[in-house]
Design a binder for this molecule. Structure first.
Ligand code: ADP
Ligand code: ZN
Length: 526
């Protein structure tokens, strides 16, 4: 690769960015775009995607237009480029009229190397006309997985980006993302009309990230223990499902002496911006956030990403955990999950928007996530396989470091399934896990007395297992689809593929949850 194009690209790499050499596939990608071709780039977080379009934008005549959904970050990205002497600007809703005019004038006068635009702005007829009058060197579509309707970050404005192919047939386009399963990859290629593009797919492995998924007992004290013993003073992100959960946890962590800040879409935008800025600038801040936080955040030294609630998909999990350890130094992806997560995620899907096809797809995303949680094999192998990448056991995840112990749970699962069936048939009603465990263990309490559970044939057949052992069994059985939970109360229903187990044709081996450290119970608060 010693074409004239890459030679000057290399000059730009040295002179503008101050780097010695290209990394991985950067040189080939830059070459493709400089030469006028299209590209689809799948590269993990921290892989160096930005240079793949920034350098061609500087080599080719005209302005490179970068489409990004991350309005909040545009000012920072532009400032960083200006620091390097690159003529960059952005157009978004935060600019006043005069400033926007000025940027438009600069664009038309050929005074910009890079222009950042939000997708909703780009597709406006007015913006289209403006761009047609200017000289455009390339279009870079960042976070391109957002065009996937089935994905975890769908943005409807991205659907409009397909028109770029027709309106600007001679302008090279490059789509980039850090998460794409084969299905998402195919979908974004089609929707963005990138059929003729060259595809660059890097390994998705993040070897410096240690993956750990633990059973949830008292999430808050488990988290506190994790942070204080392993990450005292480190920067980290803790993901929670709900805004309320975020607020409460941030407060609780502050009460324990940690510097924790909340971030979710319900906070005023000034507060969000301020918290984000502090997280980026200061050391040792724990950001407690919903998934609204993080896309595009370029903080190299995030030492841990913790999940207190189950992510909706493996893609989401991979992307969120990928924000740890961008500097290549060891980092932890730590998560606790329990029976309640399975039930609540299913409930969210059931009661959420979308048609049946959409919901079924979401259920299958959730199932893959659950399979990752319950696997007894290497987490990394399973994670990478999800992205169609084969690998060997990594030695750097919990299941590699402490192989899970399994037990023959066939009889226990038969009892469980029978109890669910009996309750349904003999009581004509479906019950949640609490009452099913009451029945199995023969718990004599007000709840079971009022339903006369003691008269059931399955009453007490499972008193050999403890309450928490049954929860573990139910969680894993739900994860495998032998049971399903439905509705607001998470009532249990026997799943479609339970037949062989009930007939004794299939053995079930389940993992034994590691024994929790003592003292966790007393400190427990959630
Ligand atoms: P991504 O967008 O893929 O997450 P970035 O483009 O933000 O990654 O790059 C990650 C980090 O790696 C940045 O700090 C960037 O400056 C650095 N980087 C990228 N390419 C190179 C290179 N060729 N040599 C040295 N550092 C690089
Ligand atoms: Zn492993």
């Amino acid at each position: 690769m010693t074409s004239a194009a890459t030679t000057s690209a290399l000059d730009v790499l040295h002179d503008v960015f101050g780097y010695e050499e290209f990394r991985g596939q950067q040189a080939a990608i830059v070459d493709q775009i400089v030469g006028g071709g299209d590209a689809v780039v799948l590269m993990p977080t921290g892989g160096g995607k930005s240079l793949c379009y920034q350098i061609p934008a500087l080599v080719r005549p005209g302005t490179g237009v970068v489409i990004s959904p991350l309005i909040a970050l545009m000012a920072d990205q532009v400032a960083a480029l200006e620091n390097l002497g690159v003529r960059a600007a952005y157009l978004n809703s935060s600019l006043d009229f005069d400033t926007a005019q000025q940027v438009e004038q600069q664009l038309l006068a050929g005074e910009l190397d890079l222009l950042y635009l939000a997708p909703e702005r780009l597709v406006l007829p007015r913006t289209m006309r403006l761009l047609e009058q200017a000289q455009i060197s390339l279009f870079a579509i960042d976070e391109a997985h957002c065009v996937s309707q089935w994905g975890h970050d769908f943005r409807s404005d991205y659907l409009g980006l397909g028109v770029l192919a027709e309106r600007f047939p001679d302008v090279p386009r490059i789509a980039l993302t850090a998460t794409a399963t084969p299905a998402t990859h195919a979908e974004l290629t089609e929707r963005l009309h990138l059929q003729d593009a060259e595809h660059f797919v890097a390994s998705f492995d993040r070897p410096n990230i240690t993956y750990r998924i633990e059973p949830k007992a008292s999430a808050r004290s488990q988290l506190l223990n994790f942070i204080t013993t392993e990450h005292h003073g480190d920067s980290g992100i803790v993901y929670c499902l709900s805004r309320r959960g975020v607020d409460q946890l941030a407060e609780a962590l502050v009460a324990r002496g940690l510097t924790a800040l909340p971030y979710h879409a319900g906070l005023p935008s000034e507060v969000r911006a301020q918290n984000q800025a502090r997280f980026l600038r200061e050391d040792g801040i724990v950001m407690v956030a919903t998934i609204a936080f993080g896309m595009g955040i370029d903080k190299p030294d995030v030492r841990f990403v913790a999940h207190l609630d189950l992510p909706r998909s493996v893609e989401g999990y991979y992307q969120e955990t990928g924000r740890a350890g961008r500097d290549g130094l060891p980092a932890d992806a730590w998560m606790v999950y329990g029976l309640g997560d399975v039930v609540s995620q299913r409930r969210l899907i059931e009661s959420g928007e979308g048609d049946q096809v959409f919901k079924r797809r979401q259920m299958s995303h959730l199932d893959s996530m659950l399979a990752l949680c319950e696997t007894v094999d290497c987490r990394r192998v399973q994670l990478l396989r999800y992205f169609d990448e084969e690998s060997a056991p990594c030695g750097n995840c919990d299941t590699c470091m402490t192989p899970p112990v399994t037990w023959d749970a066939t009889v226990a699962v038969q009892k469980l399934l029978s109890a669910v069936i009996r309750l349904d048939r003999e009581r004509g009603q479906r019950f949640g896990s609490g009452q099913v465990i009451d029945v199995l263990r023969g718990n004599d309490n007000d709840r079971s007395r009022s339903s006369d559970h003691a008269s059931l044939s399955v009453w007490g057949v499972g008193d050999d297992l403890s309450e928490s052992q049954w929860k573990t069994v139910i969680r894993q059985v739900l994860a495998r689809g032998l049971l399903e939970s439905h509705g607001d109360y998470g009532v249990l229903v026997v799943g479609e593929n339970a037949g062989p187990v009930l007939r004794g044709e299939e053995e079930i081996s389940l993992r034994v949850d590691p024994v929790k450290k003592s003292g966790g119970k007393k400190a427990g608060s959630s």
